[in-house]
Write a protein that binds this ligand. Structure first.
Ligand SMILES: [Mn+2]
Length: 422
């Protein structure tokens, strides 16, 4: 199937046809865009903003620091910015979003996360994974939309590749490409060979299964990740006066957006940084990011093997205010001295007054990370209240967080109890 055929079929199947029509009908009107603050969310925001501008729709773009869109935030923003359409990009597909139809009648969710809660009936949703799971990205769904509107060009292609890379749907360094995005990837790979070819250079956070080769796409995406806080709001505003105002993903978004205005070939990650309009601050942030990465990685090498169960070696690492924790852990997981078929890496960060964070990463998921994180969160909820803990995830990756400062020994005891149950 060619990508053009794919666009025709998928745009009809996932409701992008009618979203394209609605955009046409809103010419001269305005839209509010919310996007997730990770590389895919940032790429998604850029693709839709470009499309709406071409269609003469006014755009207000916002990057909240929470994954799901809270009701109060929507109400407050709409009071200040009355608009005709509201787009929620890459910010999960939550059953409770249906109630937001009472707040505004033009809400459109474009996403690629599995539905949580009841199917939405009153809100327009375009999400290719509602019937079955497909590895893709929100930026890819937006590329289909832009293609359907005849407005997918170089900027849209590259933005979409960044989002796919950022969400692990493509890994050109190992030729691992999701089946679902294959028609798109095949159609662009010749044009962007310089971005996708394997190179011997600094491996990135995305090169977890091997560290010998990478791609410029991978390096570029990691830079966007570092500049945007990576969806975990890791910023460097406390370290340098010139970075003080950078507290959300908007810095990364406007720099990537400016680069994509006229995307030219770059030859290395430093060269990419040189292409950004705010390159001096971007270079500083990326240097801090690499420094933090190395610091956390070296600490994690002291992780202890605490138990072997279900053919899985379980390693635990605990520290205070651990930077870039789950990302570094995803790479370090593969370097742990494991002897069993699978390994599970549990990372714990005591964040002082900001609470506690547990991350779980497993190679094969023989012990289900999501279940562990969820059970741990439930035990914290019973002890500290429903609103103070949350946790869950997938078989191979999960998080559990406590948002308030409770006694560390109590928390660790509870964790040890859950670990003993495995
Ligand atoms: Mn995404």
């Amino acid at each position: 199937m060619t990508y053009t055929q794919f666009v025709e079929k998928e745009a009809a199947r996932i409701g992008l046809d009618s979203i394209a029509e609605r955009i046409e009908k809103n010419k001269g009107r305005s839209a509010l865009l919310y996007c997730h603050d990770d590389p895919d969310g940032i790429a998604s925001g850029i693709i839709l903003k470009r499309l709406l501008k071409k269609k003469k729709v006014g755009v207000i773009l916002m990057i909240p620091t929470n994954m799901e869109l809270p009701k109060k935030r929507l109400v407050d923003d709409l009071r200040k910015n009355p608009v005709d359409m509201v787009f929620v990009l890459d910010k999960a597909t939550m059953g409770y979003y249906d109630d937001y139809a009472d707040i505004h009648n033009g809400i459109i969710v474009i996403d690629h996360h599995p539905l949580l809660g009841e199917p939405l009936k009153r809100i327009t949703v375009s999400n290719p994974v509602l019937d079955e799971y497909r590895r893709c990205s929100a930026s890819f769904v937006l590329h289909i939309l832009a293609s359907k509107c005849g407005e997918a060009h170089e900027a849209e292609d590259i933005a979409s590749l960044v989002g796919l890379m950022g969400d692990w749907a493509i890994e050109p360094a190992t030729d691992d490409i999701s089946d679902y995005v294959e028609p798109f990837y095949e159609s662009v790979k010749g044009r962007y060979g310089w971005l996708l070819e394997k190179i011997k250079s600094r491996p990135t956070m995305f090169d977890v299964k091997q560290r010998k080769k990478t791609t410029l796409l991978s390096q570029m995406t990691e830079i966007i990740f570092a500049l945007g806080g990576g969806g975990f709001q890791y910023f460097y505003n406390d370290r340098d006066e010139t970075l003080r105002e950078i507290t959300d993903g908007s810095f990364a978004l406007r720099n990537l957006e400016a680069y994509l205005e006229k995307p030219s070939k770059f030859e290395s990650e430093n060269d990419f940084l040189e292409h950004l309009p705010e390159k001096e601050r971007a270079k500083k942030m990326f240097a801090y990011y690499k420094e933090d990465w190395e610091c956390t990685a070296s600490k994690m090498r002291d992780a202890k093997l605490v138990k072997t169960s279900d053919n899985t070696d379980i390693f635990v690492f605990a520290g205070e205010n651990v930077k870039l924790m789950p990302m570094v852990g995803s790479v370090e997981l593969y370097t742990l001295p494991a002897k069993s078929e699978d390994s599970l890496f549990i990372m714990i960060s005591d964040k002082g007054t900001k609470g506690f964070h547990f991350s779980f990463r497993s190679k094969k998921g023989l012990i289900h990370c999501g279940n562990f994180a969820h059970n741990l969160a439930v035990s914290f909820q019973e002890r500290y209240g429903l609103d103070n803990a949350a946790g869950g995830g997938h078989p191979c990756a999960a998080e559990c967080r406590l948002i308030k400062n409770f006694p560390a020994d109590e928390i660790m005891n509870e964790f040890e109890k859950k670990l003993a149950e495995i």
